[in-house]
Structures are given as structure tokens and as C-alpha cells.
Ligand binder design. Structure first.
Ligand SMILES: [Ca+2]
Ligand SMILES: [Ca+2]
Length: 306
């Protein structure tokens, strides 16, 4: 076995799904690649929640909320509150079961709620984020302004986004539940009707993670590349003769992900010490999203078969 420094250039034809990690913020949000979290019936008076989407793009966590009915101004945009359990731990954050903030939606201990619509508008903000204090209170005296907020009155939805850096304690996934309340002019006999999405429980969002699972042929072998969350591995099989092969596995860590409409760039560290020690070196995975091709580049001290 010879060991030498080489550059590898693996071309793997694959199907890809990916969620994104931190990268420089942009001032606009793309119209595509929303991830549907939940849908809900037209089950409350006036404009009410129809669907909830999210995505992470350029370091910003965005939610898109579709509503039924006709939304023509901030006042008939229902009061929408998005609760985030950023550590997926119902024992931390606001978690009073039976309280109006979590009624019917156990399993969420919300560190934050994002709120938009007619009620915050009455208090001078169209949309803000509020942090919990302990498990019973909210810190209304320190509202956080969104990095993006836009109501599309033609298509009955709004989009709100906050930089990931504004969430303290955020891990690679969070639990979310949403409710809305219509403006009082839609109330019948002054009765407030709550509209939850989902109607019970909560939904899971994945943040700051890359999910990439590809396989393909390289010269003289098979290659499997798997990223799940912020770690993964590269596995290589080299066929040395009829029925014989060598296999190598390298651990990977994801450092950052940036992307354009056509390309995704994943900076990684790869552990080239196949004996189990630590020898982490930088490498890069480049995904051609339009053609479904994955390239991997790295100044690698590795087995010289590829
Ligand atoms: Ca609804
Ligand atoms: Ca929590």
C-alpha cells in the first residue's frame, strides 16, 4: 500500500436534499425551497392559518404562514404567534400546560415566540420576537425585531425571518407550534376562536444541518458520502481483484454551508487518520444542484488508489 498526497476529485451522481447552515445574511429571501411543516383547515372566523412553512437560508430562519380569507392590511392579518422550543426540551422555556400559549399543544417548552399581525400592530410593531423568562413569563420589555418581514396581500401569506444568531441555545433542531386569532371584527359574540397549527402536538424543524447521502463510482471503486446534521463520513471501496476489495472510512465534520441558486458549497473537515486517531484537514464539497452532481475537493493524505 502506498500513501501519498493527492487531490481527489470525486464525481458522484446522486439525489440530494439539503438544509442549510450559517452564512452571510442577505437582504432578500428566495421564493423557492420552502419546507411544508403543517396544513390546517379553514376552521376559524376571518383569516386563519392555512399552512406553515419554514427554511433556513443565508443564516436566517424564515417562516411562511399562509392564511385563508382575504388579507388586505395588517389589521386583518390574524394575530399569529409561532412558538419555538429551540432545545427540544419541554421542561425549559415557557411550558405551562393549559396556559393560552401552549393550550392543546403539549410537548413544547418555548424559549421564543414570534408574533405578527393585528395585535402587535396595536402596540406599535407589525412583528417581533419575544424571549421567555423561566417557564412562566415572557420578556415583553426586550422585543427583537425581525431581519425580514413581508406580507404578500395578493397571495395571503407573510414571511418572517430572524438571524440564527439571535436565538440563544439553538441546537440543530427545534419544535414549533403556531396559533392565530382573528381580528375582533370577525369575532362572533365577542368569542375568541383559537386556530392552532398543527391542531395538536408540534412539528419539528431542522436547523443548521446538512443532509447529503450520495454514492457513486470513482476510478477503481465505489464511494459513499453521507452527511447527517453536522457530521458524516466518506466511505471508499477499492476493488483490488476478483472478489477482493479494500475499504476506507473517513469521518467528516461540517464547518459551514453557503449556496447560490445553482451551487452549494460545504466546507468540511475530514479525518484522514484511518487508524482512528485525529488528523483533521479541511476539504470542500461542491454540489451542482441543477445537474445533481457532487464534487469533493481536498488536499488529502490518503490511499493512492483514487
Ligand atoms: Ca385554520
Ligand atoms: Ca425548551
Amino acid at each position: 500500500m502506498t500513501v501519498k498526497n493527492i487531490n481527489i476529485h470525486l464525481i458522484l451522481v446522486v439525489s440530494i436534499s439539503a438544509l442549510l447552515l450559517l452564512s452571510p445574511a442577505l437582504s432578500s429571501v428566495s421564493a423557492d425551497r420552502w419546507i411544508l411543516l403543517a396544513t390546517d383547515g379553514d376552521d376559524a372566523p376571518g383569516p386563519n392559518i392555512k399552512a406553515l412553512y419554514y427554511k433556513v437560508e443565508n443564516g436566517i430562519l424564515y417562516f411562511k404562514v399562509l392564511v385563508y380569507g382575504e388579507v388586505t392590511s395588517i389589521k386583518n392579518l390574524p394575530w399569529v404567534s409561532i412558538f419555538l422550543d429551540v432545545d427540544c426540551d419541554p421542561s425549559t422555556g415557557h411550558n405551562i400546560d393549559g396556559h393560552w400559549l401552549v393550550e392543546g399543544n403539549t410537548g413544547v417548552g418555548a424559549e421564543y415566540f414570534i408574533t405578527a399581525g393585528w395585535l402587535p400592530y396595536l402596540f406599535g410593531d407589525e412583528a417581533v420576537m419575544i424571549r421567555s423568562v423561566g417557564t412562566t413569563e415572557w420578556d415583553f420589555s426586550h422585543p427583537v425585531s425581525p431581519d425580514y418581514f413581508n406580507v404578500d396581500y395578493s397571495n395571503n401569506f407573510f414571511v418572517i425571518g430572524f438571524k440564527l444568531s439571535k436565538f440563544s441555545g439553538l441546537k440543530d433542531r427545534a419544535r414549533v407550534v403556531v396559533f392565530s386569532i382573528a381580528h375582533p371584527e370577525y369575532w362572533d359574540k365577542s368569542e375568541v376562536v383559537w386556530d392552532w397549527c398543527p391542531d395538536s402536538g408540534n412539528v419539528l424543524i431542522k436547523i443548521g444541518s446538512v443532509f447529503l447521502n450520495v454514492s457513486g463510482n470513482s476510478s477503481g471503486g465505489l464511494v459513499f458520502l453521507t452527511l447527517n446534521g453536522n457530521s458524516g463520513f466518506l466511505r471508499i471501496y477499492v476493488f483490488t481483484g476478483p472478489g477482493t476489495k479494500l475499504s476506507y472510512q473517513y469521518k467528516l465534520k461540517v464547518l459551514s454551508v453557503t449556496e447560490t441558486g445553482e451551487w452549494m458549497y460545504i466546507d468540511i473537515l475530514i479525518n484522514y487518520d484511518i487508524s482512528g486517531g485525529d488528523n483533521w484537514l479541511p476539504a470542500k464539497i461542491v454540489v451542482d444542484k441543477m445537474n445533481g452532481i457532487v464534487y469533493m475537493y481536498g488536499p488529502i493524505n490518503m490511499i493512492g488508489y483514487l
